[in-house]
Design a protein around this ligand. Sequence first.
Ligand SMILES: Nc1nc2c(ncn2[C@@H]2O[C@H](COP(=O)(O)OP(=O)(O)OP(=O)(O)O)[C@@H](O)[C@H]2O)c(=O)[nH]1
Ligand SMILES: [Mg+2]
Length: 135
Amino acid sequence: MGAPIVAIVGRPNVGKSTIFNRMAGERIAIVEDMPGVTRDRLYASAEWLNYDFRMIDTGGIEIGDAPFLAEIRGQVELALDEADVIVMVVSGREGLTEADEVVAKMLYKTDKPVVLAVNKVDNPEMRNDIYDFYA
Ligand SMILES: Nc1nc2c(ncn2[C@@H]2O[C@H](COP(=O)(O)OP(=O)(O)OP(=O)(O)O)[C@@H](O)[C@H]2O)c(=O)[nH]1
Ligand SMILES: [Mg+2]
């Protein structure tokens, strides 16, 4: 059996590619402060606490019916099919958004384990803002 696969999903601009690059230990995915930067899925090997695994970075899932949004959602579906574990990333800075709910709905369909990661919690005070995400 190959290494387990972790798929990183979430709405645009929450920091998925930043986490992916950090875990991979190199700058594979483009990171920018604008939504919709990642479109195709990207793969990398990673190691954390002596566990070897593979990661898939995916494009941000957004509300809307533009053709590229449908394409990104299709790419995410492929990543979900391949994954053993899914990490859904949200942003503690912006809080819970409608797009987060769209992502969550896509994940209801899978029976694979989903871990919710609240990113952009940059200081201890911001920890108080994470509880909305229990929804
Ligand atoms: N303040 C703060 N900014 C962050 C953090 N993680 C990432 N960012 C910034 O958030 C912006 C978006 O990061 P990306 O990693 O490109 O986000 P993404 O989810 O891959 O975005 P898409 O590919 O467009 O879906 C960049 O400007 C990052 O530097 C964090 O923990 N705190
Ligand atoms: Mg990205």
